[in-house]
Write a protein that binds this ligand. Structure first.
Ligand SMILES: Nc1ncnc2c1ncn2[C@@H]1O[C@H](COP(=O)(O)OP(=O)(O)OP(=O)(O)O)[C@@H](O)[C@H]1O
Ligand SMILES: [Mg+2]
Length: 122
């Protein structure tokens, strides 16, 4: 069970970044698979990547690798913070792997129906 509008926002924000931070002609892959009883959603690009020193902060509000406000790609730095909040609100987890100049992969893991069938709503 998920909120479809929030799920769309999660995927949209990740795809928006994948496209925005990749050169034209770059490749973005969206992969959905089962992980035991859970569901894994991966968004991978072969764009500019995120420097190792920035990775721990990337999900924080207003954090941007390029701090210049005049930059043409200028976002607010809120997209990933919103993704994190929405994923956590769904009881999911988010992780990121990235290499500068190689690309970035975000993975979301949500509990599958079987994993939560014994949960009770009180
Ligand atoms: N796929 C990616 N490849 C490279 N860098 C990324 C990627 N996704 C995010 N980043 C880096 O992380 C920062 C934070 O991303 P986030 O989506 O939170 O903000 P934003 O894209 O700058 O602005 P907003 O999403 O609010 O328009 C980005 O500014 C960028 O530096
Ligand atoms: Mg963004």
């Amino acid at each position: 069970m998920a909120d479809p509008i929030r799920l769309e926002q999660i995927i949209f924000n990740l795809l928006d970044n994948a496209i925005k931070y990749s050169p034209s002609g770059g490749k973005t892959i969206l992969a959905v698979s089962s992980k035991k009883k859970d569901v894994s959603i991966k968004v991978r690009d072969n764009g500019k990547g995120i420097p190792e020193e920035d990775l721990p902060y990337i999900l924080n509000r207003f954090y941007r690798v390029d701090k210049s406000r005049t930059r043409s790609l200028g976002g607010t730095g809120l997209g990933l913070a919103i993704v994190k909040e929405l994923v956590l609100a769904h009881g999911g987890t988010i992780s990121v792997k990235s290499k500068e100049g190689i690309g970035t992969e975000f993975e979301l893991v949500f509990k599958g129906a079987d994993s939560i069938e014994n949960d009770t709503i009180s």
